[in-house]
Design a protein around this ligand. Structure first.
Ligand code: SF4
Length: 63
Protein backbone atom coordinates (compact mmCIF):
# COMPACT_ATOMS: atom_id res chain seq x y z
CA UNK A 1 0.00 0.00 0.00
CA UNK A 2 1.30 3.43 -0.95
CA UNK A 3 0.65 6.45 1.25
CA UNK A 4 0.62 9.58 -0.85
CA UNK A 5 0.98 13.17 0.21
CA UNK A 6 0.76 16.36 -1.81
CA UNK A 7 1.97 19.59 -0.26
CA UNK A 8 -0.96 21.79 -1.22
CA UNK A 9 1.04 24.90 -0.33
CA UNK A 10 3.37 24.01 -3.22
CA UNK A 11 0.88 22.50 -5.68
CA UNK A 12 -0.05 24.89 -8.48
CA UNK A 13 -2.74 22.57 -9.89
CA UNK A 14 -1.00 22.24 -13.25
CA UNK A 15 -2.21 18.67 -13.53
CA UNK A 16 0.88 16.93 -14.92
CA UNK A 17 0.52 14.25 -12.24
CA UNK A 18 -2.98 13.49 -13.54
CA UNK A 19 -1.56 12.31 -16.86
CA UNK A 20 0.92 9.95 -15.21
CA UNK A 21 -1.28 8.52 -12.47
CA UNK A 22 -4.94 9.15 -13.34
CA UNK A 23 -6.07 6.50 -10.84
CA UNK A 24 -4.60 8.59 -8.03
CA UNK A 25 -4.70 12.23 -9.12
CA UNK A 26 -7.53 14.23 -10.68
CA UNK A 27 -8.53 17.81 -11.25
CA UNK A 28 -11.99 18.60 -9.97
CA UNK A 29 -14.58 20.85 -11.59
CA UNK A 30 -12.78 23.89 -10.17
CA UNK A 31 -9.46 22.70 -11.69
CA UNK A 32 -8.11 21.99 -8.21
CA UNK A 33 -6.09 18.88 -7.55
CA UNK A 34 -7.72 16.03 -5.69
CA UNK A 35 -5.89 12.80 -4.88
CA UNK A 36 -6.22 9.53 -3.07
CA UNK A 37 -4.15 9.38 0.12
CA UNK A 38 -3.58 5.65 -0.37
CA UNK A 39 -3.10 3.56 -3.48
CA UNK A 40 -2.35 -0.04 -4.36
CA UNK A 41 1.28 -1.05 -4.88
CA UNK A 42 0.48 -1.59 -8.54
CA UNK A 43 0.34 2.22 -8.86
CA UNK A 44 3.92 2.61 -7.68
CA UNK A 45 5.49 3.26 -11.10
CA UNK A 46 2.78 5.74 -12.04
CA UNK A 47 3.07 7.62 -8.75
CA UNK A 48 6.86 7.70 -9.06
CA UNK A 49 6.50 9.24 -12.51
CA UNK A 50 4.13 11.84 -11.06
CA UNK A 51 6.69 12.62 -8.35
CA UNK A 52 9.37 13.04 -11.01
CA UNK A 53 7.26 15.20 -13.33
CA UNK A 54 5.72 17.53 -10.75
CA UNK A 55 7.25 20.95 -11.43
CA UNK A 56 6.69 22.02 -7.83
CA UNK A 57 8.14 18.85 -6.25
CA UNK A 58 4.96 18.72 -4.22
CA UNK A 59 4.32 14.97 -4.26
CA UNK A 60 5.81 12.42 -1.91
CA UNK A 61 4.87 8.87 -0.94
CA UNK A 62 5.85 6.05 1.37
CA UNK A 63 5.38 2.31 0.94
S1 SF4 B 1 1.96 17.98 -10.96
FE1 SF4 B 1 2.44 18.82 -8.92
S2 SF4 B 1 1.87 20.97 -9.05
FE2 SF4 B 1 0.86 19.90 -10.72
S3 SF4 B 1 -1.16 19.33 -9.95
FE3 SF4 B 1 0.20 17.61 -9.61
S4 SF4 B 1 0.96 17.91 -7.51
FE4 SF4 B 1 0.14 19.86 -8.19
Amino acid sequence: MLKIHVDMDKCQHYGQCVFDAPEVFALNDDDKLEYKATADDSERENVQRAVDICPMQAISFTE
